[in-house]
Design a binder for this molecule. Structure first.
Ligand code: NAD
Ligand code: UDP
Length: 314
């Protein structure tokens, strides 16, 4: 019998690529999503697949289905969207983890949590290894997301210790690619859409802050490798591309690659915006045989192509 896999947040940016990959691997895929930031268009091409099922539901409520594996991705990920209703974001992170863990316990399913580099906050250790415990503001505007994700990790490890649930925790670093929304608000989509429209490219702060960008196909490979990894390896494990770029470098690259005449404008740096971020990925290499393959320029090329089409057909 085919393995049944639940993907919460499966209509989102990463989730839709993951559903597609799992179907290609021969799994029976159930996508649960409330479509807050996800879109039916992301999964429309999967709707007629005989082993794909979409259930519109909110993970803050209980979920009763039968499954063998669970990927818990449901949670808005862009600062603009997770700060829109921060109380709801906290609930989604905590209750979503609680309900999917309860489901995993009842079904004896293996469960993977999409955690984040945000658990390291504004890091004083650079680059970030999994052993670093982070520097997170518990009361700031990013806290609903950062602390929500930290609490979810805690719950995962408590279900593992207390009930023997088979858990896998990955910490995802900035990931980009096709199917990000034009109004997602994160930096890669913002810069590309602004450049393609000839609008000013908005750098927050002086542009010296850094991020490390992972292309979505690499990330999804890592998620699946983690889910299929040896039992007993719980993580947390970092998944990301260690190539580190300042936001000014990224803006210049995007403007050049799109052939845009956009100017760069500077806007205030939001509160608690991390100044630097770069994953150490030795553990993923050693335990999963994983490392990213797509360089930033290659990934940007594909993403620019995607947004060109979106703008043309909008
Ligand atoms: P996304 O916003 O495109 O996807 C999140 C999905 O979750 C959306 O489809 C949304 O509708 C759904 N969702 C949100 N709240 C829900 C709820 N209460 N009930 C049911 N569904 C709900 O973002 P993404 O970039 O695809 O992120 C996916 C996951 O990966 C998130 O958990 C995010 O925290 C994590 N992550 C992403 C990144 C990244 O750079 N993309 C980095 C770190 C962690
Ligand atoms: N950023 C920016 N211009 C934008 C959007 C974001 O300069 O239009 C900056 C933002 O301040 C941050 C970095 O880009 O320093 C990455 O932001 P994003 O929202 O993509 O992700 P996160 O801060 O969660 O890593």
């Amino acid at each position: 019998m085919k393995k049944r896999v639940l993907v919460t947040g499966g209509a989102g940016f990463i989730g839709s690529h993951l559903c597609e990959k799992l179907l290609g691997m021969g799994y029976d895929v159930i996508c649960v999503d409330n479509l807050f930031t996800g879109q039916k268009d992301n999964i429309r091409h999967l709707m007629n697949h005989p082993y794909f099922e979409f259930i519109r539901r909110d993970v803050t409520g209980e979920i009763y289905i039968e499954c063998d594996q669970i990927y818990n991705l449901a949670c808005p990920a862009s600062p603009v969207h997770y700060q829109y209703d921060p109380i709801k974001t906290g609930k989604t992170s905590f209750l979503g983890a609680l309900h999917t863990l309860g489901l995993a316990k009842r079904c004896h399913a293996r469960i993977l949590q999409a955690s984040t580099s945000e658990v390291y906050g504004d890091p004083e250790v650079h680059p970030q290894p999994e052993s670093y415990r982070g520097c997170v503001n518990p009361i700031g505007i990013r806290s609903c997301y950062d602390e929500g994700k930290r609490m979810a990790e805690t719950l995962f490890f408590d279900y593992h210790r207390q009930h023997g649930v088979d858990i896998k925790v990955v910490r995802i670093f900035n990931t980009y690619g096709p199917r990000m929304r034009m109004d997602d608000g994160r930096v890669v989509s913002n810069f590309i859409v602004q450049a393609l429209r000839g609008e000013p490219v908005t750098i927050y702060g002086d542009g010296s802050q850094t991020r490390s960008f992972c292309y979505v196909s690499d990330l999804v490979d890592g998620l699946v490798k983690m889910m299929e990894s040896e039992s007993g390896f719980t993580g947390p494990v970092n998944l990301g591309n260690p190539g580190e770029f300042s936001m000014l470098e990224l803006a210049q690259k995007v403007i050049k690659m799109t052939g845009s005449k956009s100017e760069i404008v500077y806007r205030p740096l939001p509160q608690d915006d991390p100044l630097q971020r770069k994953p150490m990925i030795g553990l993923a290499g050693q335990k999963l045989g994983w490392q990213p393959k797509v360089a930033l320029e290659q990934g940007l090329e594909k993403t620019i192509g995607y947004f060109r089409d979106c703008i043309r057909t909008a």
